[in-house]
Design a protein around this ligand. Structure first.
Ligand code: ATP
Length: 392
C-alpha cells in the first residue's frame, strides 16, 4: 500500500481566545516521507503549529491539507497521524507488549495481526527482549522507545513529535537521536518534530523550520541555514557556540571593526550606496572561522584578516580549543538588535566583551598572553541592524 502523506500549511494562523497570536501566516510544504524539524525559542509557536497539524488545536485562518485533502475540520482520530510527546504516558500495569498493542486493540484488529505488528515494531526499536517487562523496570530511553513503538504499530500517515527526548539525560538524548533518525529512514514516514534544541534540529532533519514570534524565519536543509542564515536571528540561533556579532562602521568602502578594517565585496557595496543605506552594519563571524595565525599557511592567510588580542580563557575540548579573547569596540547601537540576539541566545561583542573562537588543538595559546589570530573573510556575514537582514 502506498501512503502519500504530504502536509501543506497554507497561510495558517492561530489566535487564542485571549487575543494571543501564537502562529502567523505559516506557509510550509512538507513532502511525503520527509523529516522536518520545527525549532525556535520558547513561545515561538512550534507546539501550537504541531497541535494544529494533529487537530488538537483549531486553525484560526488558513488551510491545512494532508495528502491533498483539506483537513481543517477533521477530528484528530480521523487524520491518521500518531503523536509522540515528551512524557511517554505508558500504562504502568501493562507489559511493553500490551502497551504497544493497545492502539491496535482499540482499532479492533485481530489478535494475530496485533501480535505480528507489535513484534515487527519491537524488532525495529530493539525492544524484543523487553516485551514482557513492565514500564517501571525500564530505563528512560527504553520507555521512550516503547512510546515510539506504540506510535509506529499503527502505521500512520505521519508522526508528530513534540520534544520527545527532552526528559532524557544528555547522553541518552544523543543515543536516542540516532534511534529516531534510523527509525524515520527505515519507515520513510512523514515526520514533523518539535524541539527548542538547535543541535537536535541540525542533526536530525532533512529540513529545518526556524520560528520566532509565531512566524517562520527560514526553512532549509541544516547546512544551508548554517552557511546562509537569512537574518541575524537565524545566524545567532544556529551554531554552538553562537556566531560572534560586532559593530561595524561603514567608511568609504570599508568597514571599521574591532577586528580591523574589513573590505567590502561588490554585492554588499551596492547595498551600501543610496541615501537611506545603513551607516553601520553588524559583522558576524562564527567561532570556527578563526585560527591561530601562527598555524596557517600563506595561501590561507591571504583569504583572511589578522588581529592581536589578549587571551581571557582557554577551554581544551580535546579535538580543538575554545579560546575567549577580549576585544575593544563599540556595542551595536540598535536596541532591537540586542533583543534579537538575546532571543537567539547570542551576544553582541562590545567593549570588554569576549570574542569566542574555536582554534586547533595544536595552538599553544595561553591564558593571559596576547596572541595573533586570523579569521576567514570568505565566511563572514554582514547584517543590516535596522532589519536584521543578511546582506552577504
Ligand atoms: P515551548 O518551547 O515553550 O513549548 P512553543 O514554541 O511550543 O514554546 P507554543 O506553546 O506554541 O510555543 O506557544 C506559542 C505562544 O502562544 C506563546 O506565546 C504562548 O504563551 C501562547 N499560548 C499557548 N497556548 C495558549 C493558550 N491556550 N491561550 C493563550 N495563549 C497561548
Amino acid at each position: 500500500m502506498i501512503v502519500v502523506a504530504d502536509i501543506v500549511l497554507d497561510k495558517v494562523s492561530k489566535r487564542f481566545p485571549d487575543g494571543t497570536m501564537a502562529v502567523r501566516d505559516v506557509d510550509l510544504e512538507i513532502a511525503d516521507g520527509e523529516f522536518v524539524i520545527l525549532v525556535g525559542p520558547s513561545g515561538c509557536g512550534k507546539s501550537t503549529t504541531l497541535n494544529m497539524i494533529a487537530g488538537l488545536e483549531d486553525i484560526s485562518s488558513g488551510e491545512l491539507r494532508i495528502a491533498g485533502e483539506r483537513v481543517n475540520d477533521k477530528a484528530p482520530r480521523d487524520r491518521d497521524i500518531a503523536m509522540v510527546f515528551q512524557s511517554y504516558a505508558l500504562y504502568p500495569n501493562m507489559s511493553v507488549r500490551e502497551n504497544m498493542a493497545f492502539p491496535l486493540r482499540l482499532a479492533k484488529l485481530d489478535k494475530e495481526t496485533i501480535n505480528t505488528k507489535v513484534e515487527e515494531a519491537a524488532k525495529v526499536l530493539e525492544l524484543t527482549p523487553l516485551l514482557d517487562r513492565r514500564p517501571a523496570n525500564l530505563s528512560g530511553g527504553q520507555r521512550q522507545r516503547v512510546a515510539m513503538g506504540r506510535a509506529i504499530v499503527r502505521q500512520p500517515k505521519a508522526f508528530l513529535m513534540d520534544e520527545p527526548l527532552s526528559n532524557l539525560d544528555a547522553k541518552l538524548r544523543v543515543q536516542m537521536r540516532t534511534v529516531v533518525s534510523r527509525l524515520q529512514k527505515q519507515l520513510g514516514t512523514t515526520t514533523v518534530y518539535v524541539t527548542h534544541d538547535q543541535t537536535e534540529a541540525m542533526t536530525l532533519g532533512d529540513r529545518v523550520v526556524i520560528m520566532r514570534g509565531g512566524a517562520v524565519q527560514q526553512v532549509g536543509p541544516p547546512q544551508e541555514l548554517y552557511d546562509h542564515p537569512r537574518n541575524l536571528f537565524v545566524a545567532g540561533f544556529i551554531g554552538s557556540p553562537s556566531m560572534n556579532f560586532l559593530h561595524a562602521a561603514v567608511e568609504e568602502g570599508r568597514l571599521r571593526t574591532a577586528l580591523g578594517d574589513v573590505p567590502v565585496g561588490d554585492r554588499v557595496r551596492r547595498q551600501l550606496s543610496g541615501a537611506d543605506a545603513p551607516r553601520e552594519l553588524i559583522l558576524g563571524v562564527r567561532p570556527e572561522h578563526f585560527e591561530d595565525a601562527a598555524l596557517i599557511d600563506d595561501e590561507t592567510r591571504r583569504r583572511g584578516l589578522e588581529f592581536e588580542a589578549p587571551v581571557e580563557i582557554v577551554e581544551s575540548m580535546g579535538s580543538d580549543k575554545y579560546v575567549y579573547f577580549t576585544v575593544e569596540g563599540e556595542r551595536a547601537s540598535a536596541a532591537e538588535l540586542e533583543e534579537l540576539a538575546a532571543d537567539a541566545g547570542a551576544d553582541f561583542t562590545g567593549a570588554g566583551a569576549s570574542l569566542v573562537t574555536r582554534l586547533s588543538a595544536e595552538s599553544p595559546v595561553r591564558e593571559g598572553e596576547s596572541r595573533r589570530i586570523w579569521f576567514n573573510l570568505d565566511k563572514i556575514h554582514l547584517f543590516d541592524p535596522a532589519t536584521g537582514r543578511n546582506l552577504t
